[in-house]
Design a protein around this ligand. Sequence first.
Ligand code: G3P
Length: 223
Amino acid sequence: MKFFLDTANLDEIREVASWGVLGGVTTNPSLYCRIGGKLEDFEAHIGRICEICDYELPVSAESVSMTRDEIVADGIRLAAIAPNVVVKIPTMIEGLAATRELAKRGIKVNMTLCFTVPQAIMAARAGAAYISPFVGRFDDISEDGLSQLAQVVEAVNNYDYGHPVEIIAASVRSANHVAQAALMGADIATVPYGVLKKCVEHPLTDRGLASFLADWEKVKANA
Ligand code: G3P
């Protein structure tokens, strides 16, 4: 499973890139709003993320339009920012139609706000390269987001769509979400910075490190 960072924060992206685990970045309008993003700077900001990603790792930039023609126009404009831009489009009829058009032009689409098996399969059929089933937002309404994700992974992987399709576990809120996504075979987990940091940590790692360092002090004292 690859790790994508779910953020628009450049410092977080640079930091995780330095860890050697960054597989890509996903943004959305809320994440851009959270960093105080300005409307007129949006495309330049996506360009800066693409640069940090060496113009190679996929960077999802979301369309906020509601009709197929407008979404296609957004997609063409966003894809022109850099070769590693992936156009993020909500799962809805207009979004499917726009995905079909963009896929025909060789532009990669990440279908977002996906919650069900039929939505995911339709996204794949329309030509989406990535599908983002949301986990945490199911938990928010007292449903089991992980079992919903498991169903999407199993169902999508039952079929061949004539093009590569990768499932991005999204709306990830905990290290357990990350672990379970990997166990069920999600291709990617897009993870907020704070959660990704927690994924590196374990109390037994801390305890083991403390005892190794303490013993090394004894070795030095005996020198
Ligand atoms: O990228 C979309 C998704 O990851 C949003 O997560 O926490 O706002 O449900 P969240």
